[in-house]
Design a protein around this ligand. Structure first.
Ligand code: R5P
Length: 315
């Protein structure tokens, strides 16, 4: 087995290697003067089970292209099996044609990965479960809920209500409700533009409750900030936010700095920028053990879904 890392998230890749007690595969990634990327795998990978860790986060196109070149490179070097380990899958949110003349980029990216040489994909919270069906190769779909629930469970927050800031996220929020033994409330949001949303309705009671708001992605933070303001206006006490992917784009940090949120917890599927660190209210949990354990099981042909059925799965 060999684990390689692209340039998007080397810290997570090396933490995964540490979990696996594996040495990181050697590769040279360079850029030609005209901006094109060049990758050479330095290890012999003929007949090897290869894993490439690369989040397709900002700069999205550059990181995506690097992943595709990596896959191509490994296939041409006669790797036995290649798994694209994509902790954050960019372009996932454009997953349907809900108006005329728009693309479905999630499907396009799935096609590109397969064409480039991926035999399998290992992802974390791919935005929607049905994205697995965009691939005609096996997809193992992990969830940051395993890591985030454990963190919030250890906080023993009393009178806890889990809030889904978006109707589309209820299934994920229900997972937290079960693992934390909390109540559920739902905010119905209206998206006014790409970076502006409005919390329109609240279903459930939040008065006098402590809140854990959960989402898969914080991008411009419009969703969680408007929902946080709504629950605070309706009498919520402390407000925590847990999300798998901290994209923090556009006005996100400015919005979060003004929002009535006590703590924002994300995972390391995307590296945290210095500006985000400076906000001081963001806690980052690592997915390395969860992803490392999934890689180990894929390599050994063991069940990955059983990761979700056991407690303390990767201690
Ligand atoms: C929406 O379907 C997602 O679950 C997130 O709520 C959304 O992508 C977050 O975007 P933003 O932070 O820009 O509001």
């Amino acid at each position: 087995m060999k684990v390689f890392s692209g340039n998007s998230n080397p810290a997570l890749a090396s933490a995964i290697c540490q979990y696996l007690s594996a040495k990181m595969g050697k590769a040279t990634v360079e850029q030609f003067p005209d901006g094109e990327k060049f990758i050479r795998v330095e290890d012999d990978v003929r007949g090897t089970d290869c894993f490439v860790v690369q989040s397709t986060c900002n700069p999205v196109d550059e990181n995506l292209m690097e992943l595709l070149i990596f896959l191509d490179c490994l296939r041409r070097a006669s790797a036995r099996r290649i798994t694209a380990v994509v902790p954050y899958f960019g372009y996932a949110r454009q997953d349907r044609k809900d108006e005329g003349r728009v693309p479905i980029t999630a499907k396009l990216v799935a096609n590109l990965m397969t064409t480039a040489g991926a035999d399998r994909v290992l992802g974390v919270d791919l935005h929607a479960h049905q994205l697995q069906g965009f691939f005609d190769i096996p997809v193992d779909h992990l969830t940051g809920e395993l890591v985030l629930s454990e963190y919030f469970g250890n906080k023993n927050i009393k009178d806890l209500t889990v809030v889904s800031p978006d109707v589309g996220n209820i299934k994920t929020a229900s997972l937290y409700v079960s693992s934390l033994g909390a109540d559920l409330a739902i905010v119905h949001k209206k998206r006014l533009s790409g970076d502006t949303v409005e919390a329109a309705e609240l279903i459930g009671d939040v008065k006098g409750r402590n809140i854990l708001m959960v989402d898969d992605i914080i991008a411009t933070a419009g969703t969680v900030c408007s929902a946080a303001q709504m629950v605070r206006d309706r009498g919520a006490k402390r407000i925590f936010v847990g999300a798998t992917h901290g994209v923090f784009a556009g006005q996100a940090l400015e919005r979060l700095s003004k929002a009535p949120i006590d703590e924002i917890v994300v995972t390391d599927t995307i590296p945290l920028s210095d500006e985000a660190k400076a906000l001081g209210r963001i806690t980052v949990l690592s997915c390395a053990a969860m992803i490392g354990e999934a890689i180990h099981r894929i390599h050994k042909n063991e069940s990955v879904s059983s990761l979700f059925r056991k407690k303390k799965k990767f201690d």
